[in-house]
Ligand binder design. Structure first.
Ligand SMILES: [Zn+2]
Length: 281
């Protein structure tokens, strides 16, 4: 009897099975893909989604980006409800758009609007890579064009944050036409003496890098952003040469004269404010 009692004696507490099954709420913690540090998502958000340990710039949603550059409470969105149709009758395209709308809380891969940056007015367009990989369809092109036209009308600078996989396959040639349309609008802004600041974020590729994203009076990028037209493998196969490791990174492009500056996200608002200040006077 005594032996049995000693055998059964518990040396540690058991967690009731229900509590053991409880999981960590989704999104509470985030693991940095670069240095593998696990951090509180809230803290990461406070640091504008830049890893505190290694400086890795995590992907940023469009509204978070707007909040990070505009003075609190000044941002007014344009054309929020504009949505893509399925002009080519592409299979399951509408369903994919609907799924992305639910997932991201935005209606298309770009958010546009105006507000104040350090007291200076500006129109901005921010692409969101979570929506159809930030691909450029008719609505993305139209919203960017309308925002540029608004900047022309109101004599405000235009700021663009690009993040895109390129043209949107499901809209075929209509998607490619957006390259010409947005570029023509920016040319008009240029002729009217307007200012355009382009900031390329990870990744800015395909038709977006080959049109409006590269047309800034100032062309900036975030650290280590992938920027290019065709993918690395395609280029290597075409030219039959091995490319350098840092090929198509922001730092590589800066070294070769295609960018004016690589701007860390935590310095972005101050940098924009200074440029707006110079051009305001
Ligand atoms: Zn990190």
């Amino acid at each position: 009897m005594l032996k049995d009692f000693l055998k059964k004696k518990k040396r540690y507490a058991t967690i009731p099975s229900e509590r053991a099954k409880q999981e960590v709420p989704e999104g509470l913690m985030t693991k940095c893909p670069a240095c593998r540090t696990i951090m509180y998502t809230k803290e990461l958000k406070k640091n504008l989604y830049v890893c505190d340990t290694c400086g890795h710039h995590h992907r940023m949603a469009a509204y978070d980006r707007m909040n990070s550059i505009f003075d609190s409470g000044t941002f007014v969105e344009f054309n929020q409800n504009m949505t893509s149709l399925n002009p080519l009758g592409f299979d399951a395209y509408e369903e994919k758009l609907e799924a992305d709308r639910k997932k991201t809380g935005i209606n298309e891969a770009v958010v546009t609007g105006e507000g104040q940056i350090g007291g200076f007015g500006a129109v901005a367009a921010v692409m969101d890579a979570r929506f159809r990989m930030g691909s450029m369809g008719s609505v993305v092109g139209e919203k960017i064009t309308l925002a540029v036209e608004r900047a022309i009308d109101k004599k405000l600078p235009f700021i663009l944050f690009s993040a895109s996989g390129g043209a949107r396959m499901q809209e075929g040639v209509l998607s490619l036409m957006q390259m010409a349309k947005t570029s023509a609008a920016l040319q008009k802004l240029h002729r009217e003496g307007g200012l355009f600041i382009s900031i390329m974020t990870h990744p800015t590729t395909g038709g977006v890098s080959a049109s409006f994203a590269s047309l800034g009076d100032y062309n900036f990028a975030e650290p280590k952003a992938l920027i290019g037209f065709a993918g690395r493998r395609i280029i290597e196969q075409t030219i039959r040469q091995e490319l350098p490791d840092d090929f198509q990174t922001a730092e590589f492009l800066l070294k070769h004269g295609q960018l004016d500056r690589v701007v860390p996200r935590l310095e972005m608002k101050e940098t924009l404010r200074n440029i707006l200040d110079i051009h305001a006077s």
